[in-house]
Structures are given as C-alpha cells and as structure tokens.
Write a protein of this length. Sequence first.
Length: 159
Amino acid sequence: MNTQRIKRATVATIAALGITLLANQARASDLGLRLGYYFDADAVSVGMEMLTPINGMEGEWYFNPNLDIAMGDNRDLAALNFDFHYDFQTESNVAVWAGAGPALLIIDQDRFSNDTDVDPALDLLMGFGAKTGTYRPFVQGKGILSDNSEAAITVGVRF
C-alpha cells in the first residue's frame, strides 16, 4: 500500500469517526455554520460545527468539534478539530471563551499533484458570541500548530 493510499484511508477513517460522533451528539447540541479565512494558505473557508455542554448541562465547559474546508489560489486545506473551550463568566449576553483541542490538518499544496500532507495538530482558540437567541452569531480566532501551522479567523452562527 503506497503512502497516498494510507493518507486517504486515514482521512476517510477520521472523517467517518467525526461524522459518527457529530450525529450521536447532535440531539443534545447546538449546530453552527462558519465562514472564515486562513491567513497562511490565503484561503476562504466554509464549515460546520457542533457545540455541546460537557456532562449534558449548561455550564462553563463545552466540546466544540468542527470542520473547515478552505480553498485558496495555490493551496487547499481541511481542518478537522476536536476543540474544548471554557466560557468565562460575564454579566452580559455575550459569551467570551478560550480553548484548545486536537486537530487534523489536511493540506493540498498544489492541486492535483499528489502532494497532500496530513498532519496532527493542536488548536488554540479565543472567541466571543451571543449567549441567547434562536440564532447566535459568533467570532473566533484560532491558531493551528502543526508542521503546516495556520492562523484563522471565523465568523458564524449557531442555532
């Protein structure tokens, strides 16, 4: 089995695991749509996420897995993130959080040339957004530490 097949099998397995996890948790979670920009790749991203209170209770700690697909002029990437974040206590209707989590960063350096990199990564993130309402907008900044490190900013809405 060549390296390219191993990378594809790894990506497919992790994606299937992520989708299964998202489907099982979706009943107790908020879903979200995201639009962002990855600075190093000079790429616009679209994505989705799930926000789940840890232990099934509203609280300060959340599990926030998400997937971003970014398309740039020379480089495309996918980021599969298993983030956890802490909501700081605020007296307003705005949540402020910071967090981290393991990630998988898949980078295609030059389209159609079989040079895809699959790197384990670590996310570091901060954000703020609406605490209440049917549709809750948010803004989040993220650094992804890996062999192909990235910085990104994302805006989105949770519902």
